[in-house]
Design a protein around this ligand. Structure first.
Ligand code: NAD
Length: 351
């Protein structure tokens, strides 16, 4: 086989430090030589922000974190960074907190040190998103990639099991979709497969024992690999579908991914023997579809789009919106009928 591809690896420092997030942030801020730090994190993160402020020169705390980064929230945070003369940003929280830090970095170029508390993976990508008037704009820019990430599994122990499952399957979707996304290559596929293995290992541990640090750490490790592979491979069919459903009908981000994933896998894997080989191995199962199904059963995964607000009469409209954005790289042909069938199965919760 001839290898013929161009792969970009994003430059970022990654630190795993269970129970030592504040110390990890302090080390990264010292590395940067920053002396005026703005910390972005909701009130939920106040205790960690206090601990960081003991070790790091914090000039401002931004607590107004809103899902999908509304433009007016971003503008207030940008003004605060300027008013306080910030020279670095620290984000603490899920994808929403990371997203707000990215919005500030996008216009200011300030470096971000990110401390994630979910498995969304935004900390390892150069993608940003901003919402205005109900429309989410996304883009990529090297300025929004955090310069350093501090993973502390102890911070994720409080993430409720249901949210952990949805968020963990959101990460799994990054791995699976990387197999056939527009820039899929053997390097990001290898990272995605190892990510899928780690997530498959960690998620049932969390369901069995939510305070199990080993499971939580596996999930952060898997979520990181998932995001790295996704950032490198780009959005495949799964992400195109989830983006339309989330943006058009305001469905919740992580559960929507969790519901759609088995349907996209079942459709696409028939046209991609390479994905079948890598994912069945990662799951330790006789097939990729069976491996994902076993995981979903073990963790009682979200099943039906109708439980998350999609109406049956919106399926045709959704299929029409998805069809023009189906990537050319998709391993099987996709028609309006394919999409309507897939969405209907996902709406009903048919596995
Ligand atoms: P989120 O950040 O909105 O968090 C979900 C909820 O969980 C919030 O109420 C939050 O306060 C709470 N929470 C977070 N961590 C917790 C913890 N450890 N314990 C208890 N509660 C906790 O949701 P998310 O799924 O992490 O992120 C979703 C957002 O991130 C979306 O806007 C999505 O588009 C974006 N995203 C962006 C990228 C990217 O590359 N740019 C990648 C993935 C997701």
């Amino acid at each position: 086989m001839t290898l013929d591809f161009v792969h970009t690896t994003l430059a970022q420092r990654v630190r795993f430090a269970a129970g030592r997030a504040a110390e990890g942030v302090a080390a990264e801020i010292e590395n940067l030589g920053a002396t005026r730090v703005m910390v972005i994190g909701s009130q939920r993160e106040a205790a960690l922000v206090d601990a960081i402020a003991e070790l790091v020169p914090v000039v401002h705390r931004e607590t107004d974190v809103v899902m999908h980064v509304p433009v007016e929230v971003a503008e207030r945070a940008r003004a605060a960074a300027t008013d306080h003369g910030a020279d670095a940003l620290v984000s603490v929280g899920g994808g929403s907190a990371t997203g707000l830090a990215k919005a500030v970095a996008l216009t200011s170029g300030l470096p971000i040190v990110s401390v994630p508390t979910t498995y969304a993976g935004s900390e390892a990508t150069d993608m940003w998103g901003l919402t205005s008037d109900g429309n989410k704009r996304t883009g990529t820019d090297p300025r929004v990639l955090p310069v350093a990430v501090v993973y502390d599994a102890a911070l994720t122990v409080g993430l409720p099991v249901e949210l952990s499952v949805a968020s963990g399957l959101n990460a799994m979707a990054h791995c699976v979709d990387s197999m056939w996304a527009p820039r899929a290559d053997p390097i990001n596929a290898a990272l995605a497969a190892e990510g899928a293995r780690a997530l498959d290992d960690g998620l049932p541990k969390i369901v069995a024992a939510p305070e199990d640090l080993d499971g939580r750490e596996q999930m952060l490790y898997g979520a990181y690999l998932a995001a790295v592979s996704f950032a490198s491979a780009g959005s495949g069919l799964h992400h195109k579908i989830a983006h339309v459903l989330g943006g058009r009908y305001n469905l919740p981000h992580a559960p929507t991914h969790a519901v759609i994933l088995p349907h996209v896998l079942a459709l696409n894997v028939s046209g991609s023997p390479e994905a079948e080989r890598r994912l069945s191995q990662a799951f330790g199962a006789s097939s990729a579809v069976e491996g994902l199904a076993a995981l979903r059963t073990a963790v009682d995964a979200p099943r039906a789009l109708r439980d998350y607000g999609l109406r049956e009469d919106q399926i045709a409209d959704a299929a029409a919106a998805i069809l023009p954005v189906v990537p050319e790289s998709n391993p099987v042909p996709v028609t309006t009928e394919t999409l309507e069938q897939l969405l209907h199965d996902a709406w009903e919760g048919r596995e």
